[in-house]
Design a protein around this ligand. Structure first.
Ligand SMILES: C[S@@+](CC[C@H](N)C(=O)[O-])C[C@H]1O[C@@H](n2cnc3c(N)ncnc32)[C@H](O)[C@@H]1O
Length: 282
């Protein structure tokens, strides 16, 4: 049986790429033997007991069937925090960390308690990453999905951030009071067009469709969030939204049409236009 092979052979003989096999094997070692990831090297001649072998094989099968690693492990690192994730929420992406950095730069600039709105919070990734970095951040995080909000609240509690991050359910600005005005509005809304073939491919097949697509052109959620931003921003307040790699021009036009100023495009680490920001006039 393959599972009676030493760890190093389990990795080299695995049907998965070696980096994925290492992640899953480290998970098994942690769960069954309380060993750190470094045991993959320091104990590379060890064999797994029957229970651990069965779990290792089950995890490999799930990944071979296409399930994302983050759902298999039930967790995902994002910015400086670790989040619980499950099939009810989008798996936070590295490119979304750009929104966190933009919000943190604004808080540093204001250097005062800052009211932030995170629209479509999913696992709570953006809201919680911001709040974990500075006590000046006071965030309202919204989502339409009760499943997502339940996971986001769990993350908030386990990160001890419940005093800084409050949650509200509803469609975009309907989740918050009309009078509520913010220094910063941040959002990573669904922006994949409904006919995009990627929705039926790879890891995306396992994520909630309502987190990925607006079931239209890809721009309809961005349009609502941007066109109503002025009503919910303080004077000079900042809005920053993530979008698809080819939507930058259209999103800039939406900001212009909404009479937002100081419009800027922000690149992700791969050099792609990923975020557009703008401000309410002073
Ligand atoms: C792309 S995911 C982003 C999740 C999280 N902010 C992140 O970056 O990992 C979009 C989120 O918007 C939520 N959403 C979709 N339609 C919505 C609506 N009409 N009102 C509020 N949230 C919505 C989805 O449930 C999902 O959690």
């Amino acid at each position: 049986m393959s599972a009676k092979q030493p760890l190093r052979a389990l990795i080299s003989n695995c049907a998965l790429p070696a980096n994925e096999a290492r992640i899953l094997l480290a998970h098994v070692l942690e769960k069954h033997y309380q060993l750190p990831r470094s045991a993959l090297l320091s104990h590379d001649d060890m064999t797994l007991n029957d229970l651990a072998s069965t779990q290792w094989e089950a995890l490999i099968d799930r990944r071979v069937n296409g399930e994302p690693i983050a759902y298999i492990l039930g967790k995902k690192g994002f910015h400086n925090i670790e989040l619980l994730v499950a099939p009810g929420v989008l798996i936070p992406r590295p490119e979304t960390e750009l929104l966190v950095d933009i919000a943190l730069a604004e808080i540093t600039k204001l250097n005062t308690p800052t009211k932030i709105l995170d629209l479509g919070t999913g696992s709570g990734a953006i809201a919680l990453a911001i709040a974990s970095e500075t006590p000046l951040a006071h965030v309202i995080a919204t989502d339409q999905s009760s499943e997502a909000l339940a996971i986001a609240k769990q993350n908030s509690e386990s990160l001890n951030l419940s005093h800084q991050v409050k949650f509200a359910q509803g469609s975009w600005y309907k989740a918050i009071g009309q009078q509520n005005q913010f220094d910063v509005i941040i959002s990573n809304p669904p922006y994949i067009a409904n006919l995009d073939p990627h929705l039926a491919q790879g890891d995306l097949r396992f994520e909630p469709l309502s987190a990925l697509t607006d079931y239209a052109s890809g721009l309809s959620c961005l349009e609502i969030i941007i066109s109503e931003a002025n009503q919910h921003l303080k004077s000079g307040g900042l809005i920053a939204v993530e979008h698809g790699f080819d939507q930058s021009e259209s999103v800039m036009q939406l900001l212009q049409a909404a009479d937002l100023v100081d419009i800027q495009v922000h690149l992700d680490l791969a050099g792609l236009c990923r975020v557009v920001s703008g401000r309410k006039r002073l």
